[in-house]
Design a protein around this ligand. Structure first.
Ligand code: FNR
Length: 215
């Protein structure tokens, strides 16, 4: 990560003689599903396509982690250390998740638990964050998102509260690689990502990310 301010990347734009620069934000995103046919992965692709140009995205994998136990606190395994380092290199977190039994899928909750520990090294402290999800049912992951908000709140993440986005997935609207055929859905999700970008900027203006430490 480079740039004049902590948490900011510098991108050169246009004519190299002008050397115009703009801040970009690195968004670490979780997909809360391990399914190879995940509709939430499709949603994540759609969101990345629609996002403002100054957001860059890095997936934070959840499927390679052992089950968290405090027994690991003295010596985290490499996968968990990698997760914490990737979050530390992020300026903001986006969670794109299904709802499982009206709550958070276990693999995602496990990843969040890893990232919140060991005690005193909570990776989400003051992190700009947003949640979104797609379901085949009509409530569009509302209950899972409510549970996620409780977790992020306890972890002292700075959550975007509005707009909310509860997506009822339809294969007629989303293509597998994240194109959206329906204009109103496309506009809604574009606006969601634009608002998230504005929100990240606001939070980081007041609470800059700490400089991530090497290795
Ligand atoms: C579900 N599904 C589901 N849907 C919902 O709207 N509310 C729920 O509580 C649940 N619970 C639930 C539990 C389990 C174990 C599974 C496997 C599924 C259905 C869910 O919306 C659907 O399977 C989505 O396709 C899951 O998202 P991904 O994995 O495709 O991203």
């Amino acid at each position: 990560m480079s740039g004049a301010s902590p948490g900011y990347h510098t991108t050169h734009l246009g004519n190299p003689h002008e050397r115009a620069t703009m801040a970009t934000y690195n968004v670490g995103y979780f997909v809360g599903s391990l399914s190879s046919a995940s509709i939430n992965r499709v949603l994540s692709k759609a969101l990345i396509r629609l996002a403002p140009d100054d957001l860059e995205f890095t997936e934070l994998p959840v499927g390679n982690l052992p089950l968290y136990s405090p027994d690991y606190d003295a010596d985290f395994p490499p996968e968990a250390r990698a997760l914490k380092e990737a979050i530390s290199a992020s300026d903001a977190i986006l969670i794109v998740s299904p709802e499982y039994n009206r709550s958070i899928p276990g693999a995602l909750k496990n990843a969040l638990d890893w990232a919140s520990r060991p005690w005193g090294q909570n990776s989400f402290d003051n992190m700009p964050a947003a949640v979104i999800g797609a379901s085949i049912g009509q409530i569009g992951t509302a209950m899972a998102q409510q549970s996620l908000r409780g977790v992020l709140s306890f972890c002292n993440a700075r959550q975007m509260t509005t707009p909310e986005a509860y997506i009822q997935y339809s294969p007629e609207v989303f293509t597998d690689d994240g194109e959206i055929r329906n204009e109103s859905t496309r506009d809604f999700l574009s606006n969601y990502m634009e608002e998230f970008r504005t929100y990240i900027e606001r939070v980081l203006t007041v609470i800059p990310r700490p400089q991530s430490s090497p290795g």
